[in-house]
Design a protein around this ligand. Structure first.
Ligand code: FMN
Length: 200
């Protein structure tokens, strides 16, 4: 069992990684990382996460989609990011930081569970995956960007052929790029003020 210090260090060590080495990630390691995701709690224990692991040629093909998703968010990011960070982020979308793996994460929503509980359950798995990546010496970056082109992504993955999808129950939540980190970004600042209200 990891000690207290190791646990808090793990949380602090995790960063969104946007530059990767070209090294592939073995199937065995990816399976462990995904299994960590599936250790997450979920409403009514429905385990309503669905993962689509994209590698190799299929990952290369996705680059075109990633570039397209950039068009949907670049205007907002231009206002929010300083120019150097904006250029860096644009490069990330055009190359995926050379990451060899992209995991697309879907939620299976159905009438047995409230919508927000379904979505929240899947994001619990997403963070487990991010933390398992740190433990494996991997980097990861959760990406909302694919949502800009969600229908195209659904088709690209063949999700649109699934019965659950046709019933309107499968929803793309994010992509997670995974690979061996090729940079060590500074820690993104955290704001503590006005985030917690104590009532006694
Ligand atoms: C739901 C979600 C969506 C995100 N979408 C993107 C994205 O599309 N592109 C990107 O470069 N980073 C994305 N990020 C990463 C955040 O920018 C990052 O988590 C935040 O700036 C804090 O930095 P850190 O993860 O290094 O602590 C996303 C993170 C989350 C949780």
């Amino acid at each position: 069992m990891m000690n207290k210090e190791e646990f808090y260090n793990l949380l602090k060590t995790r960063r969104s990684i946007r530059q990767y080495k070209k090294d592939l990630v073995s199937r065995e390691i990816l399976e462990r990382v995904l299994a960590a995701g599936m250790e997450a709690p979920s409403g009514k224990n429905r385990q309503n996460w669905r993962f689509f692991v994209v590698q190799g040629e299929k990952r290369n093909e996705y680059l075109l989609y990633s570039q397209k998703s950039w068009l949907g968010i670049k205007t907002i990011l231009k206002q929010r990011l300083k120019p150097s960070l904006y250029d860096f982020t644009e490069r990330f979308f055009f190359t995926l930081g050379e990451a060899p793996v992209v995991v697309f994460v879907y939620s299976h929503n159905d009438s047995e569970e409230r919508y927000h509980t379904s979505i929240g359950s899947v994001y619990m798995a997403v963070e487990n995956i991010n933390l398992a990546c740190v433990t494996e010496g991997l980097g990861s970056c959760t990406m909302g960007a694919p949502l800009e082109i969600r229908q195209e992504v659904d088709k690209f993955l063949g999700v649109d052929k699934l019965l659950e999808y046709q019933r309107g129950e499968l929803e793309l939540l994010c992509g997670i790029v995974i690979g061996y980190p090729a940079h060590q970004p500074p820690r993104a600042p955290r704001q503590i003020e006005n985030r917690v209200t104590w009532l006694e």
